[in-house]
Design a protein around this ligand. Sequence first.
Ligand code: ZN
Length: 295
Amino acid sequence: MISTEIIDYIRQEIANINKELFDVQHSIWSNPETRFKEHFAHDTLTSYMEKQEGWKVSKHTFGLETSFDCTFTNEPEKNPTVISFNSEYDALPGIGHSCGHNLIAIAGVVAALSVSKAMQKFNLPGTVKLFGTPGEEGGGGKIKMVEAGAYDKVDVSLMCHPMNHINGAYFKSYANSINKVEFFGKTAHAAVAPWEGVNALDALVITYNAISVLRQQFRPGDIMQCVFSDAGESANIITGYSAGEFRVRGPTIQRVKELRKCLINCVKAGSIATGCEYKIEEQTAYADMISNEII
Ligand SMILES: [Zn+2]
């Protein structure tokens, strides 16, 4: 059982560190960087952590240029428990820090530092870590870190995310599959010999429309979204190549797998109707998050 004295001390440290970190989060917010290009955030956060007493800071870790690993340990032989906090810091293209990863960045720092300060003051044995986790806006940064063994020796891993959500400490995030879809047709002059062409834009439009119709049978929680990333060069050329990003979300990874089969059928519909070849590449897939209710 942790004494209220320790908890009060941690609260007081959080308040002190928060004041220092306002400028840090604001500088990250003012310099938005997209997935795996978060060099400013990486350097800002690691140089802040390097100034903290007792912390060992490793930069560019787990095969990722913009990931980091900070460790504070006190008599681990007496208590092998490792608790990690996580800082995200990437933004979205075009709109910047929309869901507040600048705040996640400093929330991780504050949590890790305040716990380490309590460990020092009350001589508590154990290890606390802070991971810098890049590429969370569709990059699957933590998946790459898990695969590289970052969390192998971690017992408990904690993170918070800003959310307009009641009972926010226990929220569930959806499973997600991000796919690049491409159609390969044949260009032709759209006025002189359109019959020579195979229209890849049409294939994309048919796929889009098939999904739009399919949504009538979706269950609550099923989501399919898309953008056209490549839809032709000029109206007087039959589009020979087209591409789009298609995202599938659902309450569970099993449901996302079912929905992804529906997506593939919609792509096939576009392919068959136009005569285009198609390619579907799953770029990232996230399982649904299952929070630990006891913690
Ligand atoms: Zn977010």
